[in-house]
Design a protein around this ligand. Structure first.
Ligand SMILES: NC(=O)c1ccc[n+]([C@@H]2O[C@H](COP(=O)([O-])OP(=O)(O)OC[C@H]3O[C@@H](n4cnc5c(N)ncnc54)[C@H](OP(=O)(O)O)[C@@H]3O)[C@@H](O)[C@H]2O)c1
Length: 231
């Protein structure tokens, strides 16, 4: 069987790291992307044949670095890199909106565009790690919710544009998941929760893995997965 290749952004921690592990277990050679090389190398150490690429996806140069490092055939492209910003919409600085949109919205599409020829060669799948905030945002998460809602809208259009090329598009909408980003959210909310009620990153990665394992004639378009207990 021909080798299969995957590229995962945000792969140094949380959901991205869990996705990289599942993809490797399913036989992919995985490229791990994020800004902190030490985290990527630690994740890569547990994955035979994994490659770590450090880049800031909020910049054009960073997207270029990752695109240049991507394999020529790409079976799976997972966009898990993301950022959160807490605060009421009326007080959100313009620079903060732009910074969120850069990593949550523009980077995934700029990278997908650069990787599209490689995805077409493989008949690949693009996975957007979205959020339940895209479907129903709450107070103080408006800028984040807006960036993720726009990500959903763009993914829905991309699907129509690339399905005829043999490329599948999946959006997954996780609820609160036990990751460093959720630590940041809970700290901003000044809350402590029973962490066992949160999703585990492996739960989200398992859903993505299940969708990817379907034959290519079948496309899972949207998955919502959330904690059973309200958090
Ligand atoms: N945790 C939740 O409750 C939850 C719920 C729904 C959706 N999500 C989404 O899940 C995705 C993964 O988040 P997570 O919860 O797993 O948190 P996380 O562990 O903090 O992961 C976010 C990753 O994104 C990377 N990243 C951030 N900015 C970047 C940039 N400019 N360039 C390259 N990489 C960048 C970070 O690595 P570096 O800092 O090293 O770059 C980090 O590895 C995000 O899109 C998030 O919105 C999370």
């Amino acid at each position: 069987m021909a080798p299969r290749f995957a590229l995962v952004t945000g792969a140094g921690s949380g959901i991205g790291r869990a996705c990289a592990a599942v993809l490797a277990e399913d036989g992919h050679r995985v490229t791990l992307v994020g800004r902190r090389l030490a985290l990527l190398e630690a994740a890569a150490a547990a994955i035979p044949g994994a490659l770590a690429v450090a880049a800031d996806l909020a910049t054009d140069a960073g997207v270029g670095t990752v695109a240049d490092a991507a394999p020529e055939r790409l079976d799976v492209l997972v966009h898990a890199a993301g950022a959160f910003r807490y605060g009421p919409l009326a007080e959100m600085p313009t620079a903060a909106w732009r910074a969120l949109d850069a990593v949550n919205l523009h980077a995934p599409f700029a990278l997908t565009a650069r990787c599209l020829p490689a995805l077409r060669r493989a008949g690949g799948t693009v996975v957007f790690v979205n959020s339940t905030a895209a479907l129903r945002g709450g107070p103080n998460a408006g800028a984040y919710a807006a960036s993720k809602s726009a990500l959903k809208a763009a993914a829905d259009v991309l699907r129509q544009e690339v399905n005829p090329l043999g490329v599948r598009v999946l959006s997954i909408f996780p609820g609160r998941t036990d990751t460093p980003m959720q630590d940041e959210v809970l700290a901003a909310e000044n809350r402590t929760v029973d962490r066992s009620t949160l999703l585990d990153p492996a739960d989200v990665a398992a859903m993505i893995g299940a969708a990817l394992r379907l034959p290519r004639r079948a496309e899972v378009t949207d998955i919502t997965v959330r904690p059973t207990q309200p958090v």
